[in-house]
Write a protein that binds this ligand. Structure first.
Ligand SMILES: [Zn+2]
Length: 313
C-alpha cells in the first residue's frame, strides 16, 4: 500500500513536471510568434506608407505627363502656323439678314467663319438676327463677342462701363444659344481701344485693366492682320476682294503664315465673299502649299496675341 502511494506520488510529480515544461515551451513559442507578428505589422505599415508615397509620385508624374502632352499638342499647332498657310475669315458687327447670306456662302464653300457679334444689332434686327446667331452655333462656326453697344465714348470710359456693356452681350448670346462664347474682339481693335481709353477715361490703364480682366475671366482677345476696309460702302466689292487677297499673299512672307481677315456684316461683304474664298483657295506657295481655312478658337491661334496686347512686365 505504501509502495503504491509512492508510485502515485512519483507519477504525479513526473506528469506535473512534464506539463509545466510543456506549458513553458508553449508560452515562449506564443511570445516569439507575437514578437514576430509585431515585427511583420511594423514592416507592413512601413510598406503601406511606401506604397502610398509611390502612388502619390505616380499621380504627380502622370498629371505632369498629361500637361506636357497638352503643351506639345499646342506647340505643334502653333508651329504648324509657321509652315501651313492658314486663313481665318472673321465677320464683325452682325448679326442681320446679311449674316444668313454669309453663312450660306461659307457652307457652300465648305469653310468655317468666326462671327464677332454686336448685341444691339441682334436686338434691333429682330428674329432674323436671332436666327442668324443660332445658325452660327448650329452650323459649327465660331460665335464670338464684340460688344453690346458699339459706342467708343461709352464703353471705353471705364473698366466698369466696358464690363456693364460686355455682360449684356454675353447674357443675350447665352439666352439665344445656351452657350457662352470665349473669344473677344474689342471694338476698333486693341490698338485703337487703348487710344480710346486714354481719350475717354483719361488713361491707358483702363485698357490694360479691361484686357487683364478679360483674360482673368477666361476669354481670349484677337485682332486681325488684314483689313478689307469693307466697313464703308466707298470701298466697293472689287477693292474688298483685292484687299483680302493681297493681304493674304503678304502674310505668306511672314513668320506665321496666318491671314486673319477682317470683314463686316455688310452687303458688299457677302457679294465679295465667294470670290475671296475661291481666290484664296487658288493661291499656291512656291513649295505647293495652299491655304487651309480655320475658325478662331480659344486656346488656338488666338492665344498668340496675349503677349502683344497685355501690359508689359
Ligand atoms: Zn466693330
Amino acid at each position: 500500500m505504501r509502495l503504491f502511494c509512492l508510485i502515485i506520488i512519483a507519477i504525479s510529480l513526473l506528469v506535473s513536471g512534464t506539463f509545466g515544461l510543456l506549458t513553458f515551451k508553449i508560452d515562449s513559442e506564443v511570445s516569439r510568434l507575437e514578437d514576430e507578428k509585431a515585427a511583420i505589422t511594423e514592416r507592413n505599415d512601413t510598406y503601406s506608407a511606401d506604397i502610398l508615397a509611390l502612388q502619390e509620385s505616380i499621380d504627380i508624374i502622370s498629371s505632369e505627363k498629361a500637361e506636357l502632352e497638352e503643351k506639345l499638342v499646342y506647340e505643334r499647332k502653333m508651329a504648324s502656323y509657321k509652315v501651313e498657310p492658314t486663313v481665318f475669315l472673321t465677320f464683325d458687327d452682325g448679326t442681320s439678314s446679311n449674316t444668313h447670306k454669309i453663312l450660306d456662302i461659307l457652307n457652300a464653300a465648305g469653310v468655317k467663319g468666326t462671327f464677332f457679334v454686336v448685341g444691339s444689332q441682334v436686338v434691333n434686327n429682330g428674329s432674323v438676327a436671332r436666327e442668324a446667331v443660332k445658325r452660327i452655333v448650329d452650323e459649327g462656326h465660331t460665335l464670338a463677342i464684340h460688344c453690346y453697344n458699339h459706342t467708343y465714348a461709352e464703353i471705353y470710359k471705364s473698366k466698369e462701363a466696358y464690363f456693364a456693356d460686355f455682360d449684356k452681350v454675353v447674357a443675350l448670346l447665352e439666352e439665344i444659344t445656351g452657350t457662352s462664347p470665349n473669344i473677344v474682339r474689342l471694338p476698333s481693335g486693341t490698338y485703337s481701344a487703348k487710344l480710346f481709353c486714354k481719350q475717354y477715361s483719361g488713361t491707358t490703364d483702363t485698357y490694360y485693366e479691361i484686357v487683364s480682366e478679360l483674360y482673368a475671366r477666361g476669354y481670349e482677345v484677337i485682332d486681325w492682320n488684314i483689313d478689307t476696309e469693307d466697313f464703308t460702302t466707298a470701298t466697293g466689292v472689287a477693292k474688298i476682294i483685292s484687299n483680302a487677297i493681297s493681304g493674304a499673299k503678304t502674310r505668306l512672307t511672314r513668320e506665321y503664315k496666318t491671314a486673319v481677315i477682317l470683314m463686316h456684316d455688310t452687303v458688299d461683304t457677302y457679294k465679295a465673299l465667294p470670290e475671296i474664298i475661291s481666290q484664296l483657295k487658288a493661291i499656291q506657295t512656291s513649295d505647293g502649299k495652299i491655304f487651309r481655312f480655320e475658325m478662331l478658337e480659344n486656346g488656338g491661334y488666338v492665344s498668340r496675341q496675349v503677349a502683344e496686347i497685355t501690359k508689359p512686365e
